[in-house]
Design a protein around this ligand. Sequence first.
Ligand SMILES: Cc1cc2nc3c(=O)[nH]c(=O)nc-3n(C[C@H](O)[C@H](O)[C@H](O)COP(=O)(O)OP(=O)(O)OC[C@H]3O[C@@H](n4cnc5c(N)ncnc54)[C@H](O)[C@@H]3O)c2cc1C
Length: 507
Amino acid sequence: MSKSAESHLRSLDDGRCVLIDGARVGNVADHPAFRNAARSVAALYDFQARPENREKMTIAAGNGARVSRTWHLPTSYDELVLRREALVAWAELHHGFMGRSPDHVGSTLAGMYMGLDVYEGHPGGRPGAVSDYFHYARDRDLYLSYVIIDPQGDRSRATSAEGNADLAVAIVDEDAGGITVRGSKMLGTGAVLSNEVLVTTLRPLREDEGRYAFTAAVPMNLAGMKLLSRRSYEGAATSGFDYPLSSRFDENDALLYFDEVKIPWDRLFVHRDPKAQLAQWHETPAHAYQNYQAEIRLLVKLRFMVGLARKIAETIGTIHFPQVRETLGELAGHVGMIEAFVYGMEAKGRHRGPYFLPDAGLIYAAQVQSQLLYPKIIHFLRELSGGGMLMLPSSVADFDHPEIAPLIRRTQYSPSLSAQERVKLFKLAWDAVGSEFASRHAQYEMFYSGPRTVTTGMAYRTFDWAAATGAVDRMLASYPTPDIAAPEPAPPDLASPDAPTLSPQTL
Ligand SMILES: Cc1cc2nc3c(=O)[nH]c(=O)nc-3n(C[C@H](O)[C@H](O)[C@H](O)COP(=O)(O)OP(=O)(O)OC[C@H]3O[C@@H](n4cnc5c(N)ncnc54)[C@H](O)[C@@H]3O)c2cc1C
Protein backbone atom coordinates (compact mmCIF):
# COMPACT_ATOMS: atom_id res chain seq x y z
CA MET A 1 0.00 0.00 0.00
CA SER A 2 1.64 3.21 -1.12
CA LYS A 3 -0.81 5.57 0.54
CA SER A 4 -0.54 6.69 4.12
CA ALA A 5 -2.27 9.52 5.97
CA GLU A 6 0.88 11.62 5.71
CA SER A 7 1.42 10.98 2.02
CA HIS A 8 -2.21 11.89 1.32
CA LEU A 9 -1.90 15.17 3.23
CA ARG A 10 1.37 15.95 1.44
CA SER A 11 -0.28 15.27 -1.93
CA LEU A 12 -2.74 18.12 -1.34
CA ASP A 13 0.07 20.68 -1.32
CA ASP A 14 0.24 20.80 -5.09
CA GLY A 15 -0.31 24.46 -5.95
CA ARG A 16 -4.07 24.08 -6.55
CA CYS A 17 -6.04 27.32 -6.67
CA VAL A 18 -8.59 27.28 -3.81
CA LEU A 19 -10.36 30.57 -3.12
CA ILE A 20 -12.21 31.36 0.10
CA ASP A 21 -13.07 34.44 2.18
CA GLY A 22 -11.45 36.83 -0.26
CA ALA A 23 -8.09 35.04 -0.46
CA ARG A 24 -6.21 32.23 -2.20
CA VAL A 25 -5.34 29.29 0.05
CA GLY A 26 -1.71 28.13 0.27
CA ASN A 27 -1.88 24.52 1.47
CA VAL A 28 -5.40 23.21 2.21
CA ALA A 29 -4.00 20.67 4.68
CA ASP A 30 -2.81 23.56 6.89
CA HIS A 31 -5.71 25.98 6.35
CA PRO A 32 -8.22 26.52 9.21
CA ALA A 33 -11.13 26.09 6.78
CA PHE A 34 -10.06 22.60 5.65
CA ARG A 35 -7.30 21.08 7.78
CA ASN A 36 -9.42 18.88 10.06
CA ALA A 37 -11.56 17.57 7.20
CA ALA A 38 -8.36 16.80 5.30
CA ARG A 39 -7.19 14.80 8.34
CA SER A 40 -10.50 12.95 8.52
CA VAL A 41 -9.94 11.80 4.93
CA ALA A 42 -6.31 10.96 5.69
CA ALA A 43 -7.53 8.86 8.65
CA LEU A 44 -9.36 6.59 6.16
CA TYR A 45 -6.07 5.79 4.45
CA ASP A 46 -4.41 5.30 7.80
CA PHE A 47 -7.14 2.85 8.83
CA GLN A 48 -6.88 0.69 5.73
CA ALA A 49 -3.07 0.63 5.92
CA ARG A 50 -3.05 -0.86 9.44
CA PRO A 51 -1.87 -4.50 9.40
CA GLU A 52 -4.95 -5.69 11.33
CA ASN A 53 -7.27 -4.16 8.68
CA ARG A 54 -5.32 -5.32 5.63
CA GLU A 55 -7.53 -8.29 4.71
CA LYS A 56 -10.77 -6.42 5.28
CA MET A 57 -9.87 -3.14 3.63
CA THR A 58 -7.61 -4.16 0.73
CA ILE A 59 -7.35 -6.75 -2.03
CA ALA A 60 -4.54 -8.06 -4.18
CA ALA A 61 -4.60 -6.32 -7.54
CA GLY A 62 -3.65 -8.10 -10.76
CA ASN A 63 -0.09 -6.77 -10.45
CA GLY A 64 0.34 -8.37 -6.98
CA ALA A 65 0.17 -5.12 -5.00
CA ARG A 66 -2.62 -4.66 -2.46
CA VAL A 67 -5.11 -1.91 -3.25
CA SER A 68 -8.10 -0.42 -1.45
CA ARG A 69 -11.41 -2.31 -1.61
CA THR A 70 -12.78 0.86 -3.22
CA TRP A 71 -11.30 -0.46 -6.45
CA HIS A 72 -12.49 -4.03 -5.98
CA LEU A 73 -14.50 -5.27 -8.97
CA PRO A 74 -16.64 -8.02 -7.41
CA THR A 75 -17.21 -11.16 -9.43
CA SER A 76 -19.61 -12.85 -7.00
CA TYR A 77 -22.19 -12.08 -4.34
CA ASP A 78 -19.65 -12.93 -1.62
CA GLU A 79 -17.12 -10.46 -3.00
CA LEU A 80 -19.76 -7.75 -3.24
CA VAL A 81 -20.57 -8.29 0.45
CA LEU A 82 -16.88 -8.20 1.41
CA ARG A 83 -16.51 -4.89 -0.38
CA ARG A 84 -19.63 -3.52 1.35
CA GLU A 85 -18.19 -4.50 4.74
CA ALA A 86 -15.06 -2.49 3.96
CA LEU A 87 -17.14 0.52 2.91
CA VAL A 88 -19.14 0.26 6.15
CA ALA A 89 -15.89 0.21 8.18
CA TRP A 90 -14.74 3.38 6.40
CA ALA A 91 -18.09 5.15 6.81
CA GLU A 92 -18.11 4.35 10.52
CA LEU A 93 -14.96 6.47 10.89
CA HIS A 94 -16.95 9.57 9.91
CA HIS A 95 -20.41 8.23 10.89
CA GLY A 96 -21.56 8.71 7.31
CA PHE A 97 -21.04 12.49 7.37
CA MET A 98 -18.50 12.54 4.55
CA GLY A 99 -20.77 11.89 1.59
CA ARG A 100 -18.08 12.07 -1.04
CA SER A 101 -15.47 10.02 0.80
CA PRO A 102 -12.97 8.45 -1.62
CA ASP A 103 -15.13 5.35 -2.12
CA HIS A 104 -17.91 7.39 -3.79
CA VAL A 105 -16.29 8.57 -7.02
CA GLY A 106 -13.94 5.57 -6.77
CA SER A 107 -17.12 3.53 -7.25
CA THR A 108 -18.11 5.67 -10.25
CA LEU A 109 -14.79 5.04 -11.94
CA ALA A 110 -14.95 1.32 -11.12
CA GLY A 111 -18.43 1.26 -12.68
CA MET A 112 -17.14 3.01 -15.82
CA TYR A 113 -14.33 0.48 -16.07
CA MET A 114 -16.75 -2.44 -15.69
CA GLY A 115 -18.65 -0.99 -18.66
CA LEU A 116 -15.76 -0.40 -21.08
CA ASP A 117 -17.85 -2.03 -23.82
CA VAL A 118 -20.21 0.98 -23.70
CA TYR A 119 -17.37 3.38 -24.55
CA GLU A 120 -16.31 1.00 -27.35
CA GLY A 121 -19.77 1.27 -28.89
CA HIS A 122 -19.67 5.05 -29.45
CA PRO A 123 -17.47 7.10 -31.84
CA GLY A 124 -16.70 9.62 -29.07
CA GLY A 125 -16.05 6.98 -26.40
CA ARG A 126 -12.40 6.46 -25.41
CA PRO A 127 -12.21 3.08 -23.64
CA GLY A 128 -8.40 3.03 -23.62
CA ALA A 129 -8.29 6.24 -21.58
CA VAL A 130 -10.89 4.91 -19.11
CA SER A 131 -8.97 1.67 -18.65
CA ASP A 132 -5.57 3.36 -18.25
CA TYR A 133 -6.96 5.90 -15.82
CA PHE A 134 -8.73 3.26 -13.73
CA HIS A 135 -5.38 1.50 -13.18
CA TYR A 136 -3.57 4.80 -12.62
CA ALA A 137 -6.07 5.93 -9.95
CA ARG A 138 -6.30 2.48 -8.35
CA ASP A 139 -2.54 1.99 -8.05
CA ARG A 140 -2.07 5.44 -6.46
CA ASP A 141 -5.28 5.13 -4.42
CA LEU A 142 -6.29 8.59 -5.61
CA TYR A 143 -9.05 10.46 -3.84
CA LEU A 144 -11.40 11.50 -6.64
CA SER A 145 -14.28 13.97 -6.50
CA TYR A 146 -16.62 14.89 -9.33
CA VAL A 147 -18.53 17.77 -10.88
CA ILE A 148 -21.35 16.49 -13.05
CA ILE A 149 -23.99 19.24 -12.87
CA ASP A 150 -24.11 22.59 -14.70
CA PRO A 151 -24.52 25.72 -12.59
CA GLN A 152 -28.22 26.47 -12.27
CA GLY A 153 -28.50 29.40 -14.64
CA ASP A 154 -31.90 29.12 -16.30
CA ARG A 155 -33.17 25.57 -15.80
CA SER A 156 -36.07 26.10 -18.22
CA ARG A 157 -33.64 26.29 -21.13
CA ALA A 158 -31.04 24.05 -22.78
CA THR A 159 -27.37 24.14 -21.76
CA SER A 160 -26.52 25.90 -25.02
CA ALA A 161 -29.37 28.45 -24.85
CA GLU A 162 -28.57 32.13 -24.53
CA GLY A 163 -27.63 33.01 -20.95
CA ASN A 164 -26.74 29.42 -20.03
CA ALA A 165 -24.33 28.94 -22.93
CA ASP A 166 -21.22 30.44 -21.31
CA LEU A 167 -21.94 29.08 -17.84
CA ALA A 168 -21.35 25.35 -18.26
CA VAL A 169 -17.85 24.13 -19.00
CA ALA A 170 -17.36 23.52 -22.74
CA ILE A 171 -14.62 22.65 -25.21
CA VAL A 172 -13.34 25.89 -26.73
CA ASP A 173 -10.29 24.57 -28.58
CA GLU A 174 -8.36 21.41 -29.31
CA ASP A 175 -5.03 20.41 -30.83
CA ALA A 176 -2.57 17.52 -30.86
CA GLY A 177 -2.01 17.95 -27.10
CA GLY A 178 -5.64 17.74 -26.02
CA ILE A 179 -8.71 19.90 -25.51
CA THR A 180 -9.05 23.32 -23.91
CA VAL A 181 -12.15 23.95 -21.79
CA ARG A 182 -13.77 27.04 -20.32
CA GLY A 183 -16.74 27.49 -17.98
CA SER A 184 -17.99 26.21 -14.65
CA LYS A 185 -19.51 23.21 -12.96
CA MET A 186 -21.27 22.59 -9.64
CA LEU A 187 -20.89 21.33 -6.96
CA GLY A 188 -17.57 19.70 -6.17
CA THR A 189 -18.13 18.16 -2.75
CA GLY A 190 -14.75 17.12 -1.37
CA ALA A 191 -13.04 18.67 -4.42
CA VAL A 192 -10.82 20.89 -2.27
CA LEU A 193 -9.68 17.79 -0.33
CA SER A 194 -9.29 15.40 -3.26
CA ASN A 195 -6.43 14.58 -5.62
CA GLU A 196 -8.29 14.74 -8.90
CA VAL A 197 -11.75 15.56 -10.19
CA LEU A 198 -13.94 13.87 -12.77
CA VAL A 199 -15.45 16.58 -14.96
CA THR A 200 -18.50 15.44 -16.87
CA THR A 201 -22.24 15.89 -17.39
CA LEU A 202 -25.01 13.70 -16.09
CA ARG A 203 -28.01 15.32 -17.76
CA PRO A 204 -28.87 14.48 -21.38
CA LEU A 205 -27.43 16.85 -23.98
CA ARG A 206 -28.76 17.56 -27.46
CA GLU A 207 -26.97 16.27 -30.57
CA ASP A 208 -25.83 19.84 -31.38
CA GLU A 209 -24.33 20.31 -27.89
CA GLY A 210 -21.17 18.30 -28.57
CA ARG A 211 -18.92 20.97 -27.11
CA TYR A 212 -20.36 20.23 -23.65
CA ALA A 213 -20.24 16.46 -24.13
CA PHE A 214 -16.88 15.51 -22.71
CA THR A 215 -15.70 13.52 -19.69
CA ALA A 216 -12.23 13.98 -18.25
CA ALA A 217 -10.31 13.21 -15.06
CA VAL A 218 -7.94 16.01 -14.13
CA PRO A 219 -5.56 16.82 -11.27
CA MET A 220 -6.55 19.75 -9.08
CA ASN A 221 -3.52 21.83 -9.91
CA LEU A 222 -4.05 22.17 -13.67
CA ALA A 223 -3.33 25.71 -14.83
CA GLY A 224 -6.53 27.75 -14.96
CA MET A 225 -8.58 25.59 -12.58
CA LYS A 226 -10.17 27.55 -9.74
CA LEU A 227 -12.05 26.07 -6.79
CA LEU A 228 -14.53 28.54 -5.32
CA SER A 229 -15.27 27.25 -1.84
CA ARG A 230 -18.49 27.88 0.01
CA ARG A 231 -18.30 29.16 3.59
CA SER A 232 -16.34 26.75 5.79
CA TYR A 233 -18.23 25.36 8.79
CA GLU A 234 -14.97 23.96 10.08
CA GLY A 235 -13.48 27.45 9.94
CA ALA A 236 -16.48 28.88 11.78
CA ALA A 237 -16.52 26.16 14.47
CA THR A 238 -15.41 27.75 17.73
CA SER A 239 -14.19 24.47 19.23
CA GLY A 240 -14.26 20.72 18.75
CA PHE A 241 -16.44 20.43 21.86
CA ASP A 242 -19.03 22.95 20.67
CA TYR A 243 -19.07 21.70 17.06
CA PRO A 244 -17.80 18.10 17.11
CA LEU A 245 -19.04 17.27 13.59
CA SER A 246 -18.54 20.63 11.80
CA SER A 247 -15.00 20.80 13.10
CA ARG A 248 -14.02 17.37 11.77
CA PHE A 249 -16.19 16.30 8.86
CA ASP A 250 -16.93 19.45 6.85
CA GLU A 251 -16.07 17.92 3.48
CA ASN A 252 -16.66 21.24 1.67
CA ASP A 253 -18.52 22.02 -1.54
CA ALA A 254 -16.96 24.13 -4.28
CA LEU A 255 -18.00 25.64 -7.56
CA LEU A 256 -15.29 24.89 -10.11
CA TYR A 257 -14.24 27.36 -12.78
CA PHE A 258 -12.12 26.25 -15.72
CA ASP A 259 -10.32 29.25 -17.15
CA GLU A 260 -8.98 27.93 -20.48
CA VAL A 261 -7.81 24.67 -18.93
CA LYS A 262 -5.83 22.34 -21.18
CA ILE A 263 -6.69 18.66 -20.75
CA PRO A 264 -4.46 16.04 -22.42
CA TRP A 265 -6.05 13.36 -24.61
CA ASP A 266 -5.09 10.50 -22.30
CA ARG A 267 -7.41 11.98 -19.65
CA LEU A 268 -10.43 12.18 -21.92
CA PHE A 269 -13.05 9.39 -21.59
CA VAL A 270 -15.66 10.96 -23.90
CA HIS A 271 -15.05 13.48 -26.65
CA ARG A 272 -17.84 15.54 -28.24
CA ASP A 273 -20.40 12.73 -28.10
CA PRO A 274 -23.71 13.44 -26.29
CA LYS A 275 -24.88 9.82 -26.69
CA ALA A 276 -21.69 8.36 -25.21
CA GLN A 277 -21.79 11.00 -22.48
CA LEU A 278 -25.20 9.79 -21.30
CA ALA A 279 -24.67 6.08 -21.97
CA GLN A 280 -21.58 5.97 -19.74
CA TRP A 281 -23.85 6.73 -16.77
CA HIS A 282 -26.76 4.45 -17.37
CA GLU A 283 -25.50 1.65 -19.62
CA THR A 284 -22.35 1.05 -17.59
CA PRO A 285 -22.76 0.26 -13.87
CA ALA A 286 -21.26 3.71 -12.95
CA HIS A 287 -24.37 5.55 -11.78
CA ALA A 288 -25.93 2.63 -9.94
CA TYR A 289 -22.63 1.55 -8.35
CA GLN A 290 -21.88 5.03 -6.94
CA ASN A 291 -25.38 5.23 -5.53
CA TYR A 292 -25.06 1.77 -3.97
CA GLN A 293 -22.05 3.18 -2.08
CA ALA A 294 -24.20 6.17 -1.08
CA GLU A 295 -26.90 3.93 0.45
CA ILE A 296 -24.27 1.96 2.40
CA ARG A 297 -22.94 5.25 3.80
CA LEU A 298 -26.46 6.46 4.56
CA LEU A 299 -27.16 3.29 6.54
CA VAL A 300 -24.16 4.03 8.77
CA LYS A 301 -25.31 7.64 9.22
CA LEU A 302 -28.88 6.67 10.08
CA ARG A 303 -27.68 4.20 12.72
CA PHE A 304 -25.76 7.09 14.26
CA MET A 305 -28.78 9.40 14.11
CA VAL A 306 -31.13 6.93 15.79
CA GLY A 307 -28.44 6.23 18.37
CA LEU A 308 -28.48 9.94 19.13
CA ALA A 309 -32.29 9.88 19.34
CA ARG A 310 -32.26 7.12 21.93
CA LYS A 311 -29.52 8.77 23.99
CA ILE A 312 -31.48 12.02 24.02
CA ALA A 313 -34.55 10.21 25.32
CA GLU A 314 -32.48 8.50 28.02
CA THR A 315 -30.80 11.76 28.97
CA ILE A 316 -34.00 13.67 29.58
CA GLY A 317 -35.85 10.75 31.16
CA THR A 318 -38.47 10.32 28.43
CA ILE A 319 -37.32 6.88 27.27
CA HIS A 320 -40.09 5.02 29.11
CA PHE A 321 -42.97 7.13 27.77
CA PRO A 322 -44.99 5.00 25.32
CA GLN A 323 -45.19 7.87 22.81
CA VAL A 324 -41.40 8.27 22.85
CA ARG A 325 -40.90 4.52 22.42
CA GLU A 326 -43.28 4.68 19.47
CA THR A 327 -41.16 7.42 17.88
CA LEU A 328 -37.97 5.44 18.51
CA GLY A 329 -39.63 2.36 17.07
CA GLU A 330 -40.57 4.28 13.95
CA LEU A 331 -36.99 5.50 13.62
CA ALA A 332 -35.76 1.92 14.03
CA GLY A 333 -38.16 0.88 11.27
CA HIS A 334 -36.73 3.50 8.91
CA VAL A 335 -33.15 2.38 9.50
CA GLY A 336 -34.24 -1.22 9.06
CA MET A 337 -35.75 -0.28 5.70
CA ILE A 338 -32.44 1.12 4.40
CA GLU A 339 -30.57 -1.89 5.79
CA ALA A 340 -33.02 -4.19 4.01
CA PHE A 341 -32.55 -2.20 0.79
CA VAL A 342 -28.77 -2.64 0.94
CA TYR A 343 -28.98 -6.37 1.61
CA GLY A 344 -31.73 -6.70 -0.99
CA MET A 345 -29.71 -4.95 -3.72
CA GLU A 346 -26.96 -7.47 -3.13
CA ALA A 347 -29.21 -10.52 -2.87
CA LYS A 348 -31.01 -9.52 -6.08
CA GLY A 349 -27.71 -8.68 -7.79
CA ARG A 350 -26.68 -10.20 -11.08
CA HIS A 351 -23.71 -10.62 -13.36
CA ARG A 352 -22.75 -8.14 -16.03
CA GLY A 353 -20.03 -10.05 -17.85
CA PRO A 354 -17.62 -11.24 -15.17
CA TYR A 355 -18.77 -8.67 -12.59
CA PHE A 356 -21.44 -9.19 -9.94
CA LEU A 357 -23.45 -6.00 -9.38
CA PRO A 358 -26.21 -4.90 -7.01
CA ASP A 359 -29.73 -4.57 -8.40
CA ALA A 360 -30.21 -1.14 -9.98
CA GLY A 361 -34.00 -1.08 -9.50
CA LEU A 362 -33.64 -1.46 -5.74
CA ILE A 363 -30.86 1.14 -5.63
CA TYR A 364 -33.12 3.74 -7.23
CA ALA A 365 -36.09 2.68 -5.12
CA ALA A 366 -33.90 3.23 -2.05
CA GLN A 367 -32.93 6.69 -3.26
CA VAL A 368 -36.53 7.74 -3.75
CA GLN A 369 -37.17 6.76 -0.11
CA SER A 370 -33.88 8.18 1.25
CA GLN A 371 -34.44 11.69 -0.11
CA LEU A 372 -37.70 11.93 1.80
CA LEU A 373 -36.45 10.04 4.82
CA TYR A 374 -33.57 12.21 5.97
CA PRO A 375 -35.58 15.39 6.69
CA LYS A 376 -38.07 13.15 8.52
CA ILE A 377 -35.32 11.72 10.74
CA ILE A 378 -34.16 15.27 11.53
CA HIS A 379 -37.74 16.19 12.41
CA PHE A 380 -38.02 13.25 14.83
CA LEU A 381 -34.75 14.23 16.52
CA ARG A 382 -35.97 17.79 16.95
CA GLU A 383 -39.23 16.50 18.39
CA LEU A 384 -37.50 14.22 20.89
CA SER A 385 -35.09 16.96 22.01
CA GLY A 386 -37.41 19.88 22.69
CA GLY A 387 -35.26 22.79 23.90
CA GLY A 388 -32.53 20.48 25.21
CA MET A 389 -30.23 21.23 22.27
CA LEU A 390 -30.40 24.96 23.09
CA MET A 391 -30.52 24.94 26.88
CA LEU A 392 -26.73 24.86 26.82
CA PRO A 393 -23.67 26.86 27.85
CA SER A 394 -22.57 29.24 25.12
CA SER A 395 -19.21 27.51 24.65
CA VAL A 396 -16.69 25.21 26.24
CA ALA A 397 -15.07 28.30 27.77
CA ASP A 398 -17.97 28.50 30.26
CA PHE A 399 -16.64 25.39 32.00
CA ASP A 400 -13.55 27.35 33.07
CA HIS A 401 -15.38 30.39 34.39
CA PRO A 402 -15.64 30.45 38.23
CA GLU A 403 -19.14 31.93 38.20
CA ILE A 404 -20.59 29.97 35.28
CA ALA A 405 -19.09 26.52 35.95
CA PRO A 406 -21.03 25.83 39.20
CA LEU A 407 -24.21 26.99 37.49
CA ILE A 408 -23.65 24.47 34.71
CA ARG A 409 -23.53 21.73 37.34
CA ARG A 410 -26.76 23.02 38.91
CA THR A 411 -28.72 23.51 35.69
CA GLN A 412 -27.67 20.60 33.47
CA TYR A 413 -29.17 17.79 35.53
CA SER A 414 -29.89 14.50 33.78
CA PRO A 415 -31.02 11.17 35.24
CA SER A 416 -28.37 9.32 33.22
CA LEU A 417 -25.42 11.68 32.62
CA SER A 418 -23.23 14.12 34.50
CA ALA A 419 -23.76 17.80 33.70
CA GLN A 420 -20.68 17.87 31.45
CA GLU A 421 -21.74 14.71 29.63
CA ARG A 422 -25.21 16.10 29.11
CA VAL A 423 -23.84 19.27 27.53
CA LYS A 424 -21.48 17.20 25.39
CA LEU A 425 -24.30 15.00 24.06
CA PHE A 426 -26.59 17.90 23.25
CA LYS A 427 -23.82 19.88 21.55
CA LEU A 428 -23.27 16.83 19.33
CA ALA A 429 -26.99 16.50 18.70
CA TRP A 430 -27.25 20.16 17.66
CA ASP A 431 -24.37 19.75 15.24
CA ALA A 432 -26.15 16.76 13.68
CA VAL A 433 -29.60 18.35 13.61
CA GLY A 434 -29.55 22.13 13.78
CA SER A 435 -26.19 23.78 13.04
CA GLU A 436 -25.26 25.17 9.64
CA PHE A 437 -23.32 21.95 9.05
CA ALA A 438 -26.44 19.92 9.90
CA SER A 439 -28.62 22.02 7.66
CA ARG A 440 -26.24 21.51 4.74
CA HIS A 441 -26.49 17.77 5.43
CA ALA A 442 -30.25 17.85 5.02
CA GLN A 443 -29.73 19.60 1.67
CA TYR A 444 -27.08 17.07 0.76
CA GLU A 445 -29.23 14.02 1.45
CA MET A 446 -32.12 15.58 -0.46
CA PHE A 447 -30.06 16.46 -3.52
CA TYR A 448 -26.79 14.57 -3.83
CA SER A 449 -28.38 12.00 -6.10
CA GLY A 450 -30.25 14.57 -8.17
CA PRO A 451 -33.54 16.40 -7.77
CA ARG A 452 -36.62 14.33 -7.08
CA THR A 453 -37.63 14.28 -10.74
CA VAL A 454 -34.39 12.47 -11.51
CA THR A 455 -34.52 9.84 -8.76
CA THR A 456 -38.17 9.07 -9.37
CA GLY A 457 -37.45 8.96 -13.12
CA MET A 458 -34.70 6.40 -12.55
CA ALA A 459 -36.97 4.34 -10.28
CA TYR A 460 -39.66 4.50 -12.96
CA ARG A 461 -37.26 3.32 -15.66
CA THR A 462 -35.69 0.47 -13.69
CA PHE A 463 -38.83 -0.94 -12.02
CA ASP A 464 -40.17 -4.25 -13.29
CA TRP A 465 -43.45 -2.89 -14.70
CA ALA A 466 -44.08 -6.07 -16.72
CA ALA A 467 -44.30 -8.06 -13.48
CA ALA A 468 -46.59 -5.46 -11.90
CA THR A 469 -48.96 -4.91 -14.81
CA GLY A 470 -48.78 -8.61 -15.68
CA ALA A 471 -50.22 -9.38 -12.24
CA VAL A 472 -53.11 -7.00 -12.91
CA ASP A 473 -53.66 -8.53 -16.37
CA ARG A 474 -53.71 -12.05 -14.90
CA MET A 475 -56.28 -10.95 -12.33
CA LEU A 476 -58.43 -9.27 -15.01
CA ALA A 477 -58.20 -12.39 -17.16
CA SER A 478 -59.30 -14.64 -14.30
CA TYR A 479 -62.97 -13.53 -14.53
CA PRO A 480 -65.16 -12.81 -17.55
CA THR A 481 -65.54 -9.39 -19.15
CA PRO A 482 -69.25 -8.80 -19.90
CA ASP A 483 -70.43 -7.91 -23.43
CA ILE A 484 -72.34 -4.64 -23.88
CA ALA A 485 -75.75 -5.70 -25.17
CA ALA A 486 -76.93 -2.25 -26.37
CA PRO A 487 -75.80 -1.11 -29.88
CA GLU A 488 -73.13 1.65 -30.21
CA PRO A 489 -74.83 5.11 -30.31
CA ALA A 490 -74.51 6.84 -33.70
CA PRO A 491 -71.90 9.68 -33.80
CA PRO A 492 -73.42 13.23 -33.69
CA ASP A 493 -74.16 14.92 -37.04
CA LEU A 494 -71.81 17.95 -36.77
CA ALA A 495 -73.59 19.71 -39.66
CA SER A 496 -76.83 19.75 -37.65
CA PRO A 497 -77.77 23.03 -35.84
CA ASP A 498 -78.30 20.88 -32.65
CA ALA A 499 -74.68 19.57 -32.64
CA PRO A 500 -72.73 20.30 -29.38
CA THR A 501 -70.28 23.22 -29.63
CA LEU A 502 -66.64 22.90 -28.49
CA SER A 503 -65.41 25.50 -25.98
CA PRO A 504 -61.77 26.75 -26.17
CA GLN A 505 -61.09 24.85 -22.89
CA THR A 506 -62.20 21.58 -24.51
CA LEU A 507 -59.88 22.26 -27.46
C1 LIG B 1 -24.78 19.63 -0.51
C2 LIG B 1 -24.71 19.28 -1.95
C3 LIG B 1 -23.60 18.59 -2.43
C4 LIG B 1 -23.50 18.28 -3.79
N1 LIG B 1 -22.39 17.63 -4.25
C5 LIG B 1 -22.23 17.44 -5.57
C6 LIG B 1 -21.04 16.85 -6.10
O1 LIG B 1 -20.17 16.39 -5.37
N2 LIG B 1 -20.90 16.81 -7.44
C7 LIG B 1 -21.86 17.26 -8.29
O2 LIG B 1 -21.66 17.21 -9.49
N3 LIG B 1 -23.00 17.79 -7.81
C8 LIG B 1 -23.20 17.90 -6.50
N4 LIG B 1 -24.34 18.46 -6.02
C9 LIG B 1 -25.31 18.95 -6.98
C10 LIG B 1 -26.51 18.04 -7.05
O3 LIG B 1 -26.23 16.95 -7.89
C11 LIG B 1 -27.65 18.89 -7.55
O4 LIG B 1 -28.00 19.76 -6.50
C12 LIG B 1 -28.84 18.08 -7.96
O5 LIG B 1 -28.56 17.32 -9.09
C13 LIG B 1 -30.01 19.00 -8.26
O6 LIG B 1 -29.64 19.92 -9.24
P1 LIG B 1 -29.77 21.46 -8.95
O7 LIG B 1 -29.20 21.75 -7.60
O8 LIG B 1 -29.20 22.17 -10.10
O9 LIG B 1 -31.30 21.67 -8.82
P2 LIG B 1 -32.30 21.94 -10.02
O10 LIG B 1 -32.15 20.92 -11.07
O11 LIG B 1 -32.16 23.35 -10.45
O12 LIG B 1 -33.67 21.70 -9.29
C14 LIG B 1 -34.09 22.52 -8.20
C15 LIG B 1 -35.57 22.35 -8.04
O13 LIG B 1 -36.23 22.95 -9.14
C16 LIG B 1 -37.35 22.18 -9.55
N5 LIG B 1 -37.10 21.66 -10.89
C17 LIG B 1 -35.95 21.75 -11.61
N6 LIG B 1 -36.09 21.19 -12.82
C18 LIG B 1 -37.33 20.71 -12.87
C19 LIG B 1 -38.09 20.03 -13.87
N7 LIG B 1 -37.57 19.71 -15.05
N8 LIG B 1 -39.37 19.69 -13.59
C20 LIG B 1 -39.91 20.00 -12.39
N9 LIG B 1 -39.25 20.67 -11.41
C21 LIG B 1 -37.98 21.01 -11.65
C22 LIG B 1 -37.47 21.07 -8.52
O14 LIG B 1 -38.26 21.52 -7.43
C23 LIG B 1 -36.04 20.89 -8.05
O15 LIG B 1 -35.96 20.25 -6.81
C24 LIG B 1 -24.51 18.70 -4.67
C25 LIG B 1 -25.63 19.37 -4.18
C26 LIG B 1 -25.75 19.64 -2.84
C27 LIG B 1 -26.95 20.35 -2.34
